[in-house]
Design a binder for this molecule. Structure first.
Ligand code: FPP
Length: 250
């Protein structure tokens, strides 16, 4: 009988997994970061954008192909209007200020989420950013904005139901690959790793379909304090995990 395989984290250096290609992040803790400093929450989000800039740069340098960040969830509509406005303004500012540099650095910007509910100026801005960067290949930055995992699945189900109604598809032809092609994040491979900062241990409706087999790492750091070292630490922990995708491993 062979030795039992240790569960994660397992490994010595010889058995490290390949680094992740696609990392997704729930950027949590902006509000608490601000509160701890006696600052308004909006300044916590502003500091969060700074951390995001650093994370994009680090992701590119560390060889990730995709970085997905949760910037505004469909549940965030329940926050006070002033905070919603601040988050929308930060998206506007981020695109206006950072687009040229991101483009120069080979970053492709994609937006995942519902278009309904977003103002036309935001839609125009994000469409322009997506169009400008569409041929870049160094790193894809998926900004989940007005995103919810259940909403993403409902939208896919509706689209599939319309095809069935139109007689273009039979129910038996619906399979996992088809759903994967219909979701908002269809253009990206499934994330290998989902990181949540701030110590909360929830997925909060993030990437429910594509994240089915992602490794989850919860970090005890508020998002504005997330650094390149934080990302390196998470990647290192990922590499020590034993991924089996429901099988028995190798
Ligand atoms: C969760 O922290 C974070 C958010 C709801 C928004 C994340 C947004 C950013 C990092 C900046 C915006 C970036 C772009 C590109 C628009 P929280 O407010 O729930 O923190 P708390 O749990 O400590 O209150």
């Amino acid at each position: 009988m062979s030795e039992p395989k240790p569960s994660s984290p397992n490994a010595d250096v010889a058995t490290l997994r390949s680094p992740p290609k696609h990392v997704a992040i729930i950027m949590d803790g902006n509000g608490r970061w601000a509160k701890a400093r006696g600052l308004p929450r909006a300044l916590g989000h502003k500091a969060g954008v700074e951390a995001l800039r650093g994370a994009v740069e680090a992701a590119r340098d560390l060889g990730l192909t995709h970085l997905t960040v949760f910037s505004f969830s469909t549940e965030n509509w329940n926050r006070p209007q002033t905070e919603i406005d601040a988050l929308f303004d930060l998206l506007r500012l981020f695109i206006k200020r950072d687009l040229a540099r991101l483009h120069k650095d080979g970053v492709q910007i994609r937006i995942i989420g519902a278009r309904e509910g977003l103002s036309t100026d935001i839609l125009d801005l994000v469409d322009q950013a997506v169009e400008t960067t569409k041929d870049n290949t160094r790193l894809t930055l998926n900004i989940a904005f007005n995103y919810g995992g259940r909403g993403e699945l409902v939208a896919a189900m509706r689209e599939i139901a319309r095809m069935v109604e139109a007689g273009k598809l039979k129910a038996d032809q619906i399979d996992e690959a088809m759903v994967s092609r219909m979701i908002w994040s269809a253009d990206s491979p499934d994330p290998d790793l989902v990181i949540r900062t701030s110590g909360e241990l929830r997925l909060s409706n993030f990437l429910l379909w594509s994240g089915a087999y992602a490794e989850l790492i919860f970090m005890d750091v508020w998002w504005p304090d997330f650094t390149r070292e934080s990302l390196e630490k998470a990647i290192d922990a990922f590499r020590r995990r034993d991924r089996r995708f429901g099988g028995l491993g190798d």
